[in-house]
Design a protein. Structure first.
Ligand code: PLZ
Length: 457
């Protein structure tokens, strides 16, 4: 039991998925931020570049189950999982044990210098659990953006073509190429250009706003691609099966399969960016499974290693093998500690009921958010799958996005000890990405705080 847990022995709940035995409760002993948190926020302002923001002004000292505990002793309900990373729960005991064992063995050799087994085992696991029965290979990297960069490199090398199409509302990272792929200027791109060339953007299916049938929306996108790029020039199409940062936009049925079929018919590599949607989050191991599509390449990161930095590109063996030996790599890619964590996390995803748990959480979120929407016309749309759900806030009279209301609700939630994240091209979406280790009663309590925040806004 941790020191914090020991101070509150009567409230410790053994959450089904571990965590460091923290009391599973919302507990506010100071206002947010408390004095110790404020001290850290002040030091941050002095020492850390202003460009690196934060959502909650807290000084985190422990996390697990469904809570984050701060230095003042406040316990906040976590409905964000550090942006969909700690899906199996923070400091999951299996991850902790695997990391501790590996870190004492060796911390780094560089896989390109002296290979080790865990990297190969992670590749084997990814090849097995990603969509499709075809022969697959994988390569490991450090961050989501790096995985996306490499997927594009591989697709270009395989096809001998250069152009890449991304979609409205898409988010793929903050490096130069991935900024070019990302749709939204503020805060991701503004002032950071020039951006990589040969990147084009197609319209997305956004049922709440375009009211289009999925196949019709796909044909619109394909027409833009054919007219503005041309299949002869196009190496790859990259898309998040459910847009994450862009607003948890679930495309209408038929949209993704129609795009995939067009790619297949035109020698274009279809890349699914499952960095946010992957690993049981949506109630399937990968969101591609929700839509019945099989990507040529799939990028993963976030949930893959229970909080340690790791990312991957997985896909058709003949595409993955297109890059010459030595053409892919990086000093830290597939670090042994991150790989040990990933093997433990993947074991949890496959064997500890994570998909079922994501569906249970999805049912609770659908229920509670649906009831809120029925009672409040400022919620224009509730959407998502599993433990990846969102509410889109609008002006009821016009249907226009209401970013101010969204920010106000999120701010109140955090002040009340519930960490929620916003997203959306128009900044008018609150997304719910709880760790799957959150107990039901804590999730309900968190959603009650959201409802009260909305009522008072
Ligand atoms: N692709 C679909 O969601 C990361 C970014 C938060 P990195 N999303 C959270 C922020 O403001 O920086 C993401 C994603 C999808 C790629 C990425 C990039 O992953 O690990 O942040 O590089």
């Amino acid at each position: 039991m941790s020191a914090i847990a020991a101070e509150h022995p009567d409230t410790v709940v053994n959450t089904p998925l571990g965590g460091p035995g923290l009391p599973q409760e919302r507990r506010l002993v100071t206002s947010i931020p408390g004095p110790r948190s404020q001290e850290l926020i002040d030091r941050k302002a002095q020492a850390v570049a202003a460009g690196v923001g934060h959502t909650a002004a807290v000084h985190a000292v422990a996390a697990g189950g469904g809570v984050i505990v701060d230095a003042d002793g406040n316990s906040l309900i976590d409905l964000g999982s550090g942006i969909a990373v700690t899906t199996i729960g923070n400091a999951h005991p299996k991850v902790v044990a695997a990391v501790q064992e590996q870190v004492a063995q060796f911390t780094h050799t560089c896989f390109m210098i002296a290979p080790y087994e865990s990297y190969v085992s992670v590749a084997e696991a990814l090849n097995r659990i990603t969509p499709g029965e075809h022969a697959k290979k994988s390569a490991l990297f450090n961050s989501g953006a790096e995985a996306v960069e490499n997927a594009v490199k591989i697709a270009r090398k395989f096809t001998g073509k250069q152009a890449v199409v991304a979609f409205d509302h898409g988010y793929h990272g903050r490096t130069n190429l991935t900024m070019a792929l990302t749709a939204k200027s503020m805060p991701y791109k503004s002032g950071f250009g020039p951006f990589a060339s040969e990147i084009y953007r197609a319209p997305l299916s956004y049922p709440f706003r375009d009211r289009l049938d999925g196949v019709v929306a796909a044909k619109k996108a394909i027409s833009v691609i054919e007219k503005q790029v041309g299949a002869d020039n196009l190496a790859a199409v990259i898309i998040e099966p459910i847009q994450g940062e862009g607003g948890f936009i679930v495309p209408a049925d038929g949209f993704l399969p129609t795009i995939v079929d067009w790619c297949r018919a035109n020698d274009v590599v279809f890349i699914a960016d499952e960095i946010q949607t992957g690993f049981a989050r949506t109630g399937e191991m990968f969101a591609s499974d929700l839509f019945g599509i099989v990507p040529d390449l799939i990028t993963t990161a976030k949930g893959i290693a229970g909080g340690l930095p790791l990312a991957a590109v997985t896909g058709r063996a003949e595409i993955m093998d297109a890059a010459h030996t030595g053409g892919l790599g990086g000093t830290y890619g597939g670090n042994p500690i991150a790989c040990a964590a990933a093997l433990a996390a993947i074991d949890v995803f496959e064997n500890d009921g994570m998909i079922e748990r994501a569906r249970e959480i999805g049912a609770i979120l659908t229920d509670r958010l649906g009831a809120l929407q029925a009672a409040d016309p400022r919620i224009g749309d509730v959407r998502g799958h599993g433990a990846m759900m969102a509410a889109e806030f609008v002006d009821p009279a016009t249907g226009e996005p209401d970013a101010a209301l969204t920010a106000a609700v999120a701010k109140t939630c955090i002040a009340q000890g519930v960490i929620v994240l916003t997203c959306g091209t128009y900044g008018n979406v609150i997304r719910f990405l709880p760790p799957l280790s959150i107990p039901d009663d804590l999730l309900h309590e968190g959603l009650g705080v959201v409802a009260a925040a909305l009522a008072s806004a």
